[in-house]
Design a binder for this molecule. Structure first.
Ligand code: ADP
Ligand code: ZN
Length: 604
């Protein structure tokens, strides 16, 4: 029997339709073509090589840099009835020999390997004795030094083309940065490959950026809206990770820390719990997240600024891989802007590198301060033309008010200038507000013409002005990293060139408490679970957790939230109806159909 791509999509994976460019990619690779696939996280890259591997003779070899990720994908494939295995350093010698035997006996549809393993002479010669259906190079941005996860071994993957010229290669990445893309093509010798570029928009992610005033309270309120849901909270420092995790745990949230300073066993344990239990909040430095394939992360919160737009996109992109609603939330303030600038100034990097880092920070700040659609800016920073309003970011939902701040901006800039460009924002604000004190008279700043000219604006107001002037490049911090403010070439345009300055009015943090209380009662409210659906939702999740535990796999390997949600809404009453649920393939129908039907009938 000869199956088609659509047959396999339905019978193995339980999906009725290909998404986006999946079908074109699958057909191209199945026919032996090389491909470079650029698709956002959650776009559905895995099927693009899994289905061609099933359609073609022989074994599909998948290069993947991450052990945890390999394991997950192999578990998921086996659940779906596909013969799959992996080879990496986590296997003992005997298991490795068994996998090699299966490979030679042509018993595997897919074999995942770490790059350093693939490139050994021993493994390459094994491959020469077997039929290879295709090479899939996952996380292909690892070849790029410019990108964020450089892996030297990836460079060597060019040998594949030389040694196996007739085997199609498909490289995949979620990196949106054009420069990284160019490097992938060059480094992997993919000049002839067909490129499939998808939009990098993640329509199910809502974006929100707020002014930081009381971070813990703000975070707690935000998390309360995601009760019982998995999320990631990013902090800059290890200490802040530890403190925040402990504080959340005290407040009754299932929160765990993760950073490079924890010992390997604790890190592994926390990651495992995040993957295997429902509703764990991971508080982490950016060391956490790369290769985390958990589909039901419902939110990503930034308590500190990420380093760049690309970093922000990747980190927030870990939310909502399953396509259900998810939130990207960030708070920041003047102090963060100064800290980030200082970190760059004081780093060991060469000047050229620092210049790039500063540029990256500037575009991130412009994003944070934006008054227009955030999605438009985010995608625009990767060269993609998206036209807002998107209707799903804070600026679109509630357009911020702006005010003409030209006069205060001039006052601020001249106060910086007149005090010799040697002071930080705090002192300059004191000058503007005419705050008397020892320091003032010591420097003679109470004699300045700018002393007290800004008494009409309170300190908070001035901090808002300085933050935004910094973000707009109308002020800069010193290159040495002391946090002192200085003028920039653009400051002149304001001081004497007649340039107007419009700033956003920082929103007052008022939110109705009562509304939150209601939604708090419902687990899964953020994906639309209603109070009356709660009992069945909980029952379905409990059954899934139990089945997952029995098999030692994460719950989402059994069924994704999206599939449980489809059950909840369709309320299938027999196996035939159950088979229609998206995400239920033949293998899962056989394995789980009866158990889930029993729960639905009993609870419904
Ligand atoms: P990526 O690797 O691009 O981040 P995945 O391959 O993990 O994305 O897929 C993301 C999610 O979308 C998974 O839950 C997957 O099962 C689901 N998915 C992929 N293709 C389809 C499809 N054609 N129909 C429905 N769901 C799909
Ligand atoms: Zn928008």
């Amino acid at each position: 029997m000869h199956s088609t791509a659509s047959d396999l999509l339905r019978s193995v994976f339980g999906y009725t339709q290909f998404r986006g460019q999946q079908q074109a990619i699958v057909e191209h690779v199945a026919e032996g073509g090389d491909a470079l696939v650029l698709m956002p996280t959650g776009g559905g890259k895995s099927l693009c090589f899994q289905i061609p591997a099933l359609l073609r003779q022989g074994t599909g070899i998948v290069v993947s840099p991450l052990i945890a990720l390999m394991q997950d994908q192999v578990d998921a494939l086996r659940e779906a009835g596909v013969s799959a295995a992996y080879l990496n350093s986590s296997l003992d010698a005997e298991s490795q020999r068994e996998v090699e035997r299966q490979l030679l006996a042509d018993e595997l549809n897919l074999l995942y390997v770490a790059p350093e393993r693939l490139l050994t002479g021993r493994f390459l010669s094994l491959l020469e004795r077997t039929e290879v259906a295709l090479f899939a190079i996952d996380e292909a941005h690892c070849v790029s030094q410019w990108g964020h996860d450089f892996r030297p071994e990836y460079r060597e993957l060019t040998v594949l083309h030389g040694r196996f010229p007739h085997v199609p290669r498909i490289a995949l990445t979620a990196t949106a940065d054009p420069r990284t893309r160019e490097e992938i093509v060059e480094r992997l010798g993919l000049q002839q490959a067909r490129q499939f570029v998808s939009s990098f928009d993640r329509p199910n992610i809502g974006y929100r950026v707020m002014l930081k005033h009381s971070p813990r309270t703000q975070l707690m309120r935000f998390i309360e809206g995601h009760r019982g849901e998995a999320g990631i909270v990013y902090c800059l420092s290890r200490k802040k990770v530890d403190d925040t995790a402990a504080w959340l745990a005290d407040a009754g949230i299932e929160a765990l820390p993760y950073h490079a300073g924890l010992d390997a066993a604790t890190r592994a344990k926390n990651q495992q719990r995040f993957l295997r239990e429902d509703g764990v909040v991971m508080v982490a430095t950016v060391a956490f997240g790369m290769g985390i394939d958990k589909p039901d992360v419902r939110f990503v919160a930034h308590l500190d600024l990420p380093r760049s737009m690309e970093g922000y996109y990747q980190e927030t992109g870990r939310a909502g891989r399953d396509g259900l609603p998810a939130e990207a939330w960030m708070i920041y303030g003047l102090a963060d802007v100064v800290t980030m600038s200082q970190m760059i100034a004081q780093s060991e990097s060469a000047d050229e590198r620092k210049r790039i880092e500063r540029q990256k920070l500037e575009s991130l700040l412009a994003y944070a301060e934006a008054t227009t659609c955030r999605r438009e800016l985010l995608l625009g920073s990767f060269g993609e033309n998206f036209h807002g309003p998107c209707g799903h970011c804070d600026n679109c939902v509630e357009p911020p008010k702006t005010w003409n701040a030209t006069v205060p901006a001039k006052k601020a800039l001249s106060a910086v200038y007149r005090s010799g460009q040697r002071f930080g924002a705090g002192h300059v604000i004191d000058i503007l507000r005419g705050v008397d004190g020892e320091r003032m008279s010591q420097y003679g700043h109470d004699q300045l013409s700018t002393f007290g000219i800004g008494a009409d604006i309170d300190e908070k107001g001035w901090r808002s002005v300085f933050r935004q002037l910094l973000a707009a490049g109308l002020l800069a911090t010193d290159a040495e990293g002391y946090g002192t403010l200085r003028l920039t070439p653009a400051s002149r345009d304001v001081l004497i060139g007649g340039r107007e300055v419009h700033l956003r009015e920082d929103a007052r943090p008022v939110r109705s408490v009562r509304r939150r209380r209601d939604s708090q009662l419902v687990t899964g409210a953020s994906i639309g679970i209603e109070a009356y659906e709660q009992p069945m939702w909980d029952a379905l999740r409990a059954l899934r957790a139990q089945l997952a535990r029995q098999q030692g796999v994460p719950p989402y390997v059994v069924f994704h939230d999206a599939t449980l949600l489809a059950m909840l809404r369709a309320l299938p009453s027999d196996e035939q109806e159950f088979a229609q649920i998206s995400g239920v393939g033949e293998s899962k129908l056989k394995r789980y159909g009866r158990d889930f039907l029993a729960v639905i009938n009993a609870t419904g």
